[in-house]
Ligand binder design. Structure first.
Ligand SMILES: [Zn+2]
Length: 287
């Protein structure tokens, strides 16, 4: 059932668990994630980056595929179709296309401009019943081959953006996108505490969920993290299983080259990651 993420975020915040956002790239990704969410009776958020949207020939295609697949698979758990790290124009295009949730990433903008654009999008999203995620402070990652150590958001800026009425807030607590460097110091629980003091009821979003030690994720969730984004980990699992299939010569056995067979182990890899995360985040049976 396609819904906004508003209610699932509030329930998760109150219930001290988190909902997983799993990014999709194609039909196989979407199907695998929806099936596991249904099987585990868990709410789920399908994340779509602007790049992935372009790859799938546009946000309209994505929305049509997800909406129809949700119906034909008979999915009854709450599913939000969410733009991940949207630009202002991307956000508007997704609202138009029928997404049920939007992240506006104004983190690269000066805070006043971030606030102005977030305010405008809040109004549009309110009219359409779409949930909105904002970001305060940048979330690091690999840029030009240099991996940052992860930034920490300013708690006062968090308060300012939270007051705009967003449904969830991404705030850096040392987390980064992609694969974490060996010498990464870990999540800053001190920052998380200070942010929660300023925005006590706000569902917080932990980006870059791949590679954060599970004890740290499990510690952050009851403190106020209500959504954890997982992207790279599904990609790695899909690539590993696909490589094994081909390296073992399975594509040369019978009709092993049939894409429905060739892509099956990768799909199982994605499903395993999603199962493990839903279990870890505590959203099982919370639909
Ligand atoms: Zn992110």
């Amino acid at each position: 059932m396609l819904v906004s993420a508003k209610e699932m975020m509030q329930k998760a915040r109150e219930g001290h668990y988190a909902v997983g956002q799993f990014n999709i790239n194609n039909l196989e990704w979407t199907k695998s994630i929806l099936q596991v969410a249904q099987e585990m009776n868990s709410p789920v958020i399908l994340g779509v980056s602007e790049g992935a949207g372009k790859y799938m020939t546009g946000f309209k295609t994505v929305a049509a595929m997800v909406k129809t697949m949700d119906e034909t698979l008979g999915i009854t758990v709450p599913v939000a179709l969410h733009l991940d790290h949207g630009t202002y124009d991307g956000a508007k295009a997704c609202i138009e296309a029928g997404f049920t949730s939007i992240m506006f990433d104004g983190s690269a903008l000066p805070i006043d401009e971030n606030v102005a654009k977030t305010t405008e999008l809040r109004q549009i999203c309110n009219e359409k019943g779409i949930s909105l995620e904002a970001e305060v402070g940048a979330i690091g990652g690999e840029e030009d081959g240099v991996v940052g150590m992860g930034e920490c958001a300013d708690p006062d800026e968090c308060r300012r953006v939270a007051d705009l009425g967003v449904d969830m807030l991404a705030a850096g607590i040392g987390n980064i996108h992609g694969v974490y460097p060996e010498n990464w110091p870990g999540l800053s629980f001190e920052t998380l505490e200070k942010i929660v003091e300023k925005v006590p009821d706000m569902p917080l979003v932990l980006h870059g969920g791949t590679g954060i030690p599970s004890e740290q994720v499990k510690k952050a969730i009851p403190m106020g993290v209500s959504k954890v984004n997982v992207n790279t980990e599904c990609q790695l699992a899909f690539a590993k299983a696909t490589r094994e299939y081909i390296e073992n010569g399975k594509d040369k056995e019978g009709k092993g080259f049939d894409p429905r067979k060739l892509l099956a182990p990768g799909c199982e890899g994605i499903k395993e990651v999603v199962r493990e995360k839903i279990e870890m985040f505590g959203s099982k049976d919370r639909a």
